[in-house]
Design a protein around this ligand. Sequence first.
Ligand SMILES: [Zn+2]
Length: 439
Amino acid sequence: MNMDYNPPTRSPARRKSSRRLPTAILMIGLVLSLAFVLFRTSVTQTEARLTSDSPVAAPIDPLADFDAQPPSGQETLSGVIRSGETLSALLGEYLSSHEIHRLSEKSRAVFPLTGLCVGQPYQICLDEGNFESFLYEINRDEQLLIRRNNEKFEITRVPIAYAVEVEVVGGTINSNLFSAVAQIGESPELALALADIFAWDIDFILDIREGDSFRAVVEKRYREGEPAGYGQVLAAEFINQGTAYRAVRFKDGERRADYFDPEGKSLRKAFLKAPLEFTRISSGFTMRRFHPITKSWKAHPAIDYAAPTGTPIMSVGDGTIARIGQTKGNGNFIQVRHNNGYETMYLHMSRFAKGMNQGRRVKQGEIIGYVGATGLATGPHLCFRMTKGGEPVNPHKIKPPSAPAVSRENLAAFKAAAAPLLARLDGGETHQAKLASRP
Ligand SMILES: [Zn+2]
């Protein structure tokens, strides 16, 4: 039995009927889920060691307690917090107002019960109609567990146990990355993760072509056997117009985990390939809508992105706003000064992002404005220009500086960690081989 997150059913009739479920069905369910858990655990134990910073499956999931076949007289109410629902509303039926007050006082140091969020799941466990425990999901990683022990309340935060499996997924693009990911049964989250990993090498708006393909070694999280989203993408490959880009996730000493190519060079560069926030564009778009406005580079040293009005525009690199304003031709525009003599310009904006003004420092990926058709523009698009030392350069042709490579002292460790992941991308390794080559 999986917990459901529907609002609690408080009618006695419903509760009784669930208790009257034939024992046989419950037993079969129990045996099946036990078998599944055992199977899952055996897979997970080996795989979990490969994961770096995702929570490794803890032995006990408190929810599993609730899902075990209840002794007679025990029942569980499941629901999600509704708008305006307070602790008193949830537990008022089972606890006195004095007890609820005592409970919220005591809970404050662990988790303030005034902070129950709408939409978050909870469970109330009763024994013969008496309050036993309350379980509330704080976030993706933690739950609040309140248990009554005689006349005392025990209040703890418990980590949510996920089983993590490492899988290799791959697909080919027919129309766009989102549909390619959907075609192989994966969720848009994976498309966004891939676009983030390769954002410095591939312009996901203009450069994606039919026949491009990807593979990824990805952590998948499961909770009680149900898919519960992705962990980390451990390694990925994207073949764009015949060129293969590869990325391996690695934590180099004190640096935060990041992606490196198989040689240990950072994928992170001074400039993003595209100035439009792909991840904020609705997943329903087709490439046709984003077809570039083709003009000869000589006549028009810029890259034009046709995109819906309001699409967020990002600064492709860290820098300072050198000019912001409006001209008859450019419409609303921003010019950003970067290091090494580079400047970027973003024209025809419908509006600027809040707080943008001359002299302001902007970060790579920061939203500075929104696509529009101001100035001399036939339709909504972003005209994106780059100069170096005042001369126009093609942003797709330059080789911007990269973030530091894997440090010398950790390079051997990186190569050792990368080899089995890259082998999985190649599709030619076995489970044993992968574990054997783990340093
Ligand atoms: Zn243009």
